[in-house]
Write a protein that binds this ligand. Structure first.
Ligand code: XIL
Length: 329
């Protein structure tokens, strides 16, 4: 009956999840369960530019401060996601940001936001999803507005500015597509290692890799290769966080018991490898209950049955996935 946060803590790990201000405010049953199970809260959208930056010259911390306060009241760590990303940019971004002012704008954004939470935040996803081998660049970087305006060193710049604004927060490079044994994931692992090596060799203050772990119900693991990847990261002196774990079940059979067993098996297979690696410090799911998951829209099922990617069902009850995570800790 012990909640996940206590099970994880007993192993020196942090368990937590992403959620939203509007969900916690409107669903008290969910909020209660969230506080029971989680030792870390990640704002699902509230710290993205779109929600934080109503205009070029203003910041609106109302919603993210509400979450930070909920976390502190419930004795949870608070985590920052995310400072630099090519998505969730505000409407004004395109018209107002250019190669002349991009560095100044990034500097002001990171400094203001990181200082606002300095001393209250565990870690920051400083740069999110900067690697994309499919774009065909020799350095495997994704074509983003930041790359276009500032060149590949925008990544180093972002980490240096964040480190100055809060020397205590753990600074994370976060990305997806690193978990399975598909050709895309293999290429992405190589590319991310190359990026991290470049950053480290230049003294850029990156301290951890965030592995999103949006797992696909039907995609295979190669446990040996996943293990080797984690070890390569750890050998560089980096910590590892599992930052956005969930299991897409849109390709799995409709029968709920069959489906829940398969989903739980994937949680178990993945976490049994991951938690063998001592550099791993946290496991965070992208949501806690199937009632609130981005996969409802993102990976909906053809048979229109509701998706079941998370540890609790829509009624806030523990599923087989919850027990799989509990056993893994
Ligand atoms: C997603 C949120 O869950 C959605 O609510 C939002 O509409 C779009 O972003 N990788 C990330 C997260 O780093 O920020 C994304 O979150 C999911 C994929």
């Amino acid at each position: 009956n012990t909640p996940l946060r206590n099970r994880a803590a007993a192993k020196g790990l942090i368990y937590g999840a992403a959620t939203q201000t509007s969900i916690l405010r409107s669903d008290t049953k969910f909020a209660t369960r969230f506080a029971q199970e989680c030792a870390m809260l990640v704002p699902e959208n509230e710290l993205k530019w779109k929600m934080l930056r109503p205009s070029l010259n203003s910041f609106d911390f109302t919603r993210s401060d509400w979450l930070a306060n909920f976390a502190s009241k419930n004795n949870m760590f608070f985590r920052g996601h995310t400072l630099v990303w090519h998505k969730s940019l505000p409407e004004w971004f395109k018209a107002r940001v250019n190669s002349q002012n991009a560095e100044q704008i990034m500097l002001k954004h990171i400094t203001t936001v990181v200082k606002h939470y300095a001393g209250k935040i565990h870690s920051w996803d400083v740069v999110n999803e900067a690697v994309f081998p499919e774009h065909g660049r020799a350095d495997y970087l994704r074509n983003t507005p930041w790359l276009k305006f500032l060149g590949p060193n925008y990544i180093d710049f972002a980490f240096r500015v964040a480190a100055q604004a809060d020397p205590k927060a753990l600074l994370v490079y976060n990305d997806y597509g690193l978990e399975h044994s598909t050709p895309n994931d293999e290429a992405k692992r190589t590319a991310v290692l190359k990026l991290l090596e470049r950053l480290k060799s230049k003294g850029t203050p990156v301290q951890a890799l965030g592995i999103q772990a949006h797992l696909e119900g039907e995609a295979p693991f190669n446990t040996k290769k996943l293990r080797a990847f984690l070890k390569d990261v750890a050998d560089m002196g980096l910590k590892i966080m599992i930052t956005e774990l969930d299991v897409a079940d849109n390709m799995l059979p409709k029968n709920v018991l069959v489906r829940d067993r398969l989903i739980a098996g994937i949680y178990e297979d993945f976490l049994s490898v991951v938690l063998d690696e001592k550099a791993v410090i946290a496991v965070l799911t992208w949501g806690l209950s199937d009632r609130y998951t981005w996969l409802r829209d993102r990976k909906s099922r053809k048979d229109s049955a509701s998706v079941r990617p998370l540890p609790l069902n829509a009624h806030m009850e523990r599923k087989l996935a919850w027990y799989a995570i509990a056993r893994a800790f």
